[in-house]
Design a protein around this ligand. Structure first.
Ligand SMILES: Cc1ncc(COP(=O)(O)O)c(C=O)c1O
Length: 399
């Protein structure tokens, strides 16, 4: 039985303060107490249903967290001001000086830079591995390893992590498997495949409007309580707090997530098949030619497809740039980073979202100069889009 995350979101029921169909937005940074004793208990974490201060938690943030926990089938969740706010606080909660992380080498450039450049200054080291090579993953684990980290579908190479097998390795070594599921919301439910902690950049598909950044950590009550602890919680002390107004707007956008993901996936599959037919080197997990196509099928929840992300290789950096500029001119999308928007977004990861990764390392992991990453939009007539894209490819000599 596959998980049905959209049903879980649908089943949540909220009433606003005055019976509104949307929960009231908590527009306060601090909260009153009727007794000094309750304030003390709240500080100690013992007063159920009481709010203290909005960096700690707020009703609007808790509502959004509840919906995300339902989606990811975890006990609870903690929202944050950005995806990086969720990633950095989670890793800092789990790792202290002297500890070690085993991470996939194909991850979002910002996460890579955090692990590679920032964490060594705190005494935390990382081994980067080919996440599809399970032997290599296990061999990298040492007695100091505290986290096994990867993305379910990686940015930008769209490698698929074998979560059930990775979770076996993590369990054997008694470390948590932490998975960034930003590229595959609804399609993959990592906790159903053995993952302990799931992270999202809400900035992307989940919010879907490209109007804010946001993040979330979904996990056990114990772990989320530790993140929020007023004495030693990274989520509390480093302060990456989401604003209540934003939490309310993201929650509203989540209600259409299942419809959007289906359309993104449908359009991306159509284009990927057509691009491949034209002879372009196309990477999309929904294509039979994708090395992890069968694995993705075995992991995915039905209905939501293989996601909205695909890549093509335009042959060179110059050709990639020319093609992206022309596609933008013809109103086929925007030359912009990020993903999950209603319009198609395209960028060349080598010189943008993955530029933190050195050229040599990019080459080693198969991130070519001419690679274009597409976040396919919600285009109503994808056949028309394809015909126009094909024309752009012919005019720029990509085809
Ligand atoms: C897979 C993935 N994880 C995390 C992030 C970081 O999220 P944010 O930009 O919301 O901090 C990104 C951003 O591009 C991403 O693509």
């Amino acid at each position: 039985m596959k998980y049905k995350p959209a049903d879980k979101i649908q089943d949540l029921q909220y009433f606003g303060e005055f019976g509104g169909v949307n929960p009231s937005i908590s527009d306060s940074s601090t909260y009153t107490f009727l007794s000094a004793k309750t304030m003390f208990d709240t500080f100690e974490g013992n007063a159920e249903g009481c709010y203290l201060y909005s960096r700690h938690s707020s009703p609007s943030n808790l509502y959004l967290g509840q919906a995300l926990a339902a989606m990811e089938s975890t006990e609870t969740a903690n929202v944050s001001a950005s995806g990086m706010g969720a990633i950095s606080t989670t890793l800092l909660q789990l790792c202290k000086s002297g500890d070690h992380v085993v991470s996939s080498r194909t991850i979002y450039g910002g996460t890579y830079a955090l692990l590679k450049n920032f964490f060594p200054g705190l005494g935390i080291s990382t081994s980067f591995v080919d996440i599809t090579d399970l032997k290599q993953v296990e061999a990298a684990i040492t007695k100091d390893t505290k986290v096994l980290y990867c993305e379910s579908v990686s940015n930008p190479l769209l490698e698929v992590a074998d979560l059930p097998e990775l979770s076996k390795i993590a369990k054997k070594h008694n470390i948590p498997l932490v998975v960034d599921n930003t590229f595959s919301p609804l399609s993959i439910t990592p906790t159903k495949l053995g993952t302990d902690i799931v992270i999202h950049s809400l900035t992307k598909f989940i919010n879907g409007s490209s109007d804010t950044v946001g993040g979330v950590v979904c996990g056990t009550q114990d772990f989320i309580d530790s993140l929020r602890n007023v004495n030693d919680g990274a989520g509390m002390l480093l302060g990456p707090t989401m604003d209540s107004l934003r939490a309310a707007s993201i929650l509203k956008n989540m209600r259409t997530l299942h419809i959007r993901v289906q359309k993104h996936s449908e359009n991306a599959l159509y284009l990927a098949e057509k691009f491949e037919e034209l002879g372009l080197k196309t990477v999309y997990p929904g294509l039979k030619s994708h090395p992890s196509h069968e694995l993705f099928k075995s992991l995915m929840n039905e209905t939501y497809g293989f996601g909205g992300m695909l890549t093509i290789d335009a042959g060179s950096k110059e050709k990639a740039n020319e093609l992206m500029e022309l596609m933008q001119e013809r109103n086929l999308g925007y030359l912009a980073v990020s993903l999950g928007f209603y319009k198609t977004l395209f960028s060349a990861p080598g010189s943008s979202t993955s530029s933190e990764i050195s050229e040599e390392e990019q080459k080693e992991m198969g991130l070519t100069e001419g690679l274009i990453r597409f976040s396919i939009g919600l285009d109503n007539d994808i056949e028309r889009t394809f015909e126009m894209m094909k024309k752009c490819m012919e005019e720029t000599g990509v085809l």
